[in-house]
Design a protein around this ligand. Structure first.
Ligand code: SF4
Length: 205
């Protein structure tokens, strides 16, 4: 993620319900890999579909691939990914316990913020990923994912104080790990969010 959370918040690009039929998982992967629906296809090295267990009980949604992710084709592989792994391990979760995806499947050049038209063009893929994974709990990391799934432009600090719903799935809002790397003073709040997520998973078990 390239821009601090506290920057001016743009009009949110929301992920509206779709009437398009749900492709199967392999077809969805193929569609993403060959997608040219927005201009990011011209600057990406490769698409970044997601990683983890497509049957996981917990699904996390970040913003967009960065330079490392674009190079390797996997989300959350740099320092932010390492921190996310540590955060999940702190509540007893490993790679196989989660599925992780981003709102955008291609890297915005220079790690700039996602544009509203790019989020709209990519929205079906995330919606379909959630429909396939059917997690017990959804977690958004950072404001772009929260705003896209909750159709809200409220600040993360406000949204993270309550549990939301996305199509009947409990949704928790927390900070993007890249933001936590820049603002380590917020880690105590992120820990509170993790505990709430752990409780929600336990309640659904
Ligand atoms: S960001 Fe999404 S919509 Fe744009 S080219 Fe990549 S996969 Fe397609």
């Amino acid at each position: 993620m390239s821009v601090a959370e506290m920057e001016a918040v743009p009009t949110p690009a929301v992920i509206e319900p779709t009437t398009t039929a749900l492709p199967d998982w392999a077809d969805l992967q193929r569609q993403v890999a060959s997608c040219t629906a927005c201009g990011l296809c011209q600057t990406r090295t490769q698409t970044v579909f997601g990683k983890g267990n497509p049957r996981a009980r917990l699904m996390l949604v970040g913003e967009a691939p960065g330079a490392e992710e674009d190079k390797l084709g996997l989300p959350f592989v740099g320092k932010a990914g390492q921190l996310l792994d540590n955060m999940l391990a702190a509540i007893g979760l490993g790679q196989d316990d989660v599925f992780i995806a981003n709102v955008l499947k291609c890297r915005p050049p220079g790690n700039r913020n996602p544009a509203a038209d790019e989020i709209a063009a990519c929205a079906d893929y995330l919606r379909w990923q959630i429909a396939h994974v059917q997690p017990d709990v959804l977690v958004t990391l950072g404001r772009f994912a929260a705003h896209a799934l909750l159709q809200s432009d409220a600040a993360i600090g406000v949204l993270r104080r309550e549990t939301h719903q996305y199509q009947g799935i409990p949704l928790f809002v927390t900070f993007h790990p890249a933001y936590l790397l820049r603002s380590p003073g917020e880690k105590a709040k992120a820990w509170q969010d993790l505990l709430a997520i752990r409780r929600a998973l336990a309640n659904k078990a």
